[in-house]
Write a protein that binds this ligand. Structure first.
Ligand code: TV1
Ligand code: CA
Ligand code: ZN
Length: 393
C-alpha cells in the first residue's frame, strides 16, 4: 500500500488541522469532529500524504471571516460564553441570539477557534488554487454550507465555502459550486443569489416541513426578476429517500456535464458531505462509497481547478471511507488502492467491516426503500435543461 506516488502533471494539496478535531458539540450531538481524525488515519495508513502537499492550516482572521459575515455576528460568536450543559434536541431553546446556543448550534468550548480553523483550511485551499500552486485542494474540515451572513444554522457557524469562493472570485471569472451533502446547500445558494459569476447546484433530500432545511425545490432557481444577473444560476435537485448509486451517478453526470458545457466554470468548489451515504445517522439515501466517489471522479475529469470540501457525515466510519477514497481519486491512486483497510490503520476496529467498500447489506441489513421513480428523475433533468437555456456567456 505504499506504492503511492505523486500524480503526474498536477499537484494536490491537503489542508487540515488536528486541533480542530479535539472540539466537541456535546455528548449526543450528531456532529463529531473526531471523524476528521478517523479520515486522516485512513489517508495516512494508505500512504497518501506522500503524493500530496500537506499543510497544517491556520485559523482564518477576523477580517477574512468578515468578507462574508457581519461584524456584530462575529463579535458575538467570539465572545458568547460556552454553555456547560448544551441543550439537547428534546429540551429546545428559549431565547437565542443569531441562532447560537440552540440544540443544533450549541455554544461549546473553543467554538470560535473551531470555526476559524475550519474556514482557515478552506481559505488556504482557495489561495493555493488561485496561486496555481495546487490543481486540487482538499479541505475536509470545511463544507459548512448552512451558515448565513448573520446567523448560525444546522451545525454551521461560519460559511467557509462562501469565504473560499469569494477568494476564488478574485482570480477566476466563474465558479461552479456543487453540493452532494444530503441537505440543501442553502447558505451558499443565498450568498451568491444575485451574481452570474457563481452557479450553485445542490443535490439533496427534499421534504419541506419534515427534512432540514426545507428549501431547494426544483423551481427555486435564483431571483425571479429578469434584471437580476443571478436569475437561473441556482440549480436544485430535490430527491426522495433511498436513491441508489446508479440513479445518482446518472443524474449527476447528466446535470453537471450539461452545466459544464453552458456555464464553462473556471474553478469548481465541490462540497462532499458524506451524509448522503447509506447508513448515515441523519441521511436517507442508499449511496455507497463508489457512487459518492463517482461524483468526485467525474468532476476531476473535467480538468478544472477544484477545491474539495467536507460537510455533513454522521456515521464516522463511513465518512472516513468516503473521504479517504475520494482523496485517492484526487491523487489518481484509486485504481491501485487495496480495498482491504491496512492492518496498521489506527482505530481499524472502528470500521467494523475491513473493506473500504462494504455492501449495502453489510451497511444497512435491509436497504431503505427507494422512493425515486425514473419518471421523476427524468422530469428533474428536463427542468434543469430548461433553466440552462437561459444561461449564456
Ligand atoms: C443535539 C443532540 C442536536 C442531538 C440535532 C438532526 C441534535 C439533530 C441531536 C438534528 C439530531 C437536524 C433540524 C429542528 C430545525 C431543526 C454540516 C425545527 C438526531 C452540514 C444539519 C441538520 C445538517 C439540522 C448539517 C437539523 C449538514 N437534524 N440530534 N438536527 N428545527 N435541524 O431539523 O448539512 O450536514 O438528530
Ligand atoms: Ca446537497
Ligand atoms: Zn448534511
Amino acid at each position: 500500500e505504499f506504492n503511492i506516488t505523486r500524480p503526474k502533471g498536477y499537484t494536490v494539496s491537503y489542508h487540515a488541522n488536528p486541533e480542530m478535531e479535539k472540539h466537541h458539540f456535546g455528548q449526543t450531538h450528531p456532529m463529531k469532529p473526531w471523524r476528521l481524525t478517523l479520515t486522516k488515519s485512513l489517508v495516512s495508513a494508505y500512504g497518501m500524504p506522500f503524493a500530496m502537499d500537506n499543510y497544517n492550516t491556520r485559523a482564518a482572521t477576523y477580517e477574512e471571516l468578515n468578507s462574508f459575515h457581519a461584524s456584530d455576528y462575529l463579535d458575538y460568536l467570539a465572545s458568547a460564553p460556552a454553555e456547560d450543559m448544551p441543550r439537547d434536541i428534546d429540551n429546545p431553546d428559549k431565547e437565542v441570539k443569531f441562532n447560537l446556543g440552540g440544540s443544533d448550534c450549541p455554544l461549546f468550548h473553543g467554538l470560535y477557534d473551531y470555526c476559524s480553523m475550519s474556514a482557515g483550511g478552506s481559505l488556504d485551499a482557495a489561495r493555493k488554487i488561485c496561486n496555481k500552486q495546487s490543481d486540487i485542494a482538499i479541505a475536509w474540515g470545511g463544507g459548512l454550507h448552512h451558515a448565513k451572513r448573520s446567523e448560525a444554522s444546522g451545525f454551521c457557524y461560519i460559511n467557509d465555502i462562501v469565504v473560499a469562493v469569494l477568494q476564488l472570485l478574485r482570480c477566476f471569472p466563474r465558479v461552479l459550486y456543487i453540493d452532494i451533502d444530503v441537505h440543501h446547500g442553502d447558505g451558499v445558494e443565498e450568498a451568491f443569489f444575485s451574481t452570474d459569476r457563481v452557479m450553485t447546484v445542490s443535490f439533496h433530500k427534499y421534504a419541506p416541513e419534515v427534512f432540514f432545511p426545507g428549501t431547494g425545490g426544483l423551481d427555486d432557481n435564483g431571483p425571479k426578476s429578469e434584471h437580476n444577473p443571478g436569475a437561473h444560476h441556482a440549480i436544485n435537485v430535490p430527491l426522495n429517500d433511498g436513491i441508489t448509486d446508479e440513479q445518482y451517478e446518472h443524474l449527476f453526470q447528466t446535470i453537471i456535464g450539461k452545466i459544464n458545457e453552458v456555464f464553462r466554470p473556471s474553478a469548481i468548489a465541490l462540497q462532499c458531505g458524506a451524509d448522503s451515504l447509506a447508513g448515515d445517522r441523519l441521511g436517507r439515501f442508499n449511496l455507497q462509497v463508489q457512487g459518492h466517489a463517482a461524483c468526485v471522479e467525474f468532476c476531476k475529469k473535467l480538468n478544472i481547478p477544484m477545491i474539495m470540501f467536507g460537510g455533513g457525515g454522521y456515521t464516522p466510519r463511513n465518512v472516513a471511507r468516503a473521504w479517504a477514497f475520494e482523496t485517492s481519486i484526487a491523487i489518481d491512486a484509486h485504481k491501485k488502492i487495496d480495498p482491504i483497510i491496512p492492518q496498521h490503520t489506527p482505530w481499524r476496529e472502528r470500521f467494523i467491516h475491513d473493506t473500504l467498500f462494504p455492501t449495502l447489506e453489510q451497511i444497512l441489513g435491509e436497504p431503505r426503500a427507494n422512493r425515486n421513480t425514473q419518471k421523476r428523475l427524468q422530469e428533474i433533468v428536463q427542468h434543469v435543461h430548461e433553466q440552462l437555456r437561459f444561461v449564456t456567456h
